[in-house]
Design a protein around this ligand. Sequence first.
Ligand SMILES: *[C@@H]1O[C@H](CO)[C@@H](O)[C@H](O)[C@H]1NC(C)=O
Length: 150
Amino acid sequence: MAPLSILLFLAALVLSETAPVADTDLKTQDSTSPLSVKILDAVFGKATNNMDVEVYRQAENGSWILFATGKTTSLGEVPDLVKAEDFVEGVYKVKLNSWAYWRKVGITPFYENVQVVFRANHVVRRNYIIAALLSPYSQTISAVVSDPIS
Ligand SMILES: *[C@@H]1O[C@H](CO)[C@@H](O)[C@H](O)[C@H]1NC(C)=O
């Protein structure tokens, strides 16, 4: 992992929004998962706690097969989201169930959910962090992709 690069990225995101995110929410935790998420709430200026995250992998016939699930911790992350040996080359979809998250705090959001679809591990294996800054009517998503894993 490259925590410094994600911190710099998130700092840039946060500076462009109104609600400041506390330093502690920008920490990343150690995880062996080659796919991670970092989901921040731009309304209350914190990491999103307890948001459902689903990862799908595209089958050869184009259908989406559920691959992994989890809930964000108070750091806005899902520890050990996927196993390295299972995370083979393919097209993946990370789905964040943001609707339920906002409804819990009394906000009716525009988006039903947030979906990020990307191709992973073509050419070589890498680590992927999906970093998202969410508001009820707006979302900013960036991928932080590592150098090849040797
Ligand atoms: C598509 O492929 C998946 C996985 O191989 C399988 O479970 C599913 O039934 C297939 N769907 C169709 C419509 O053929």
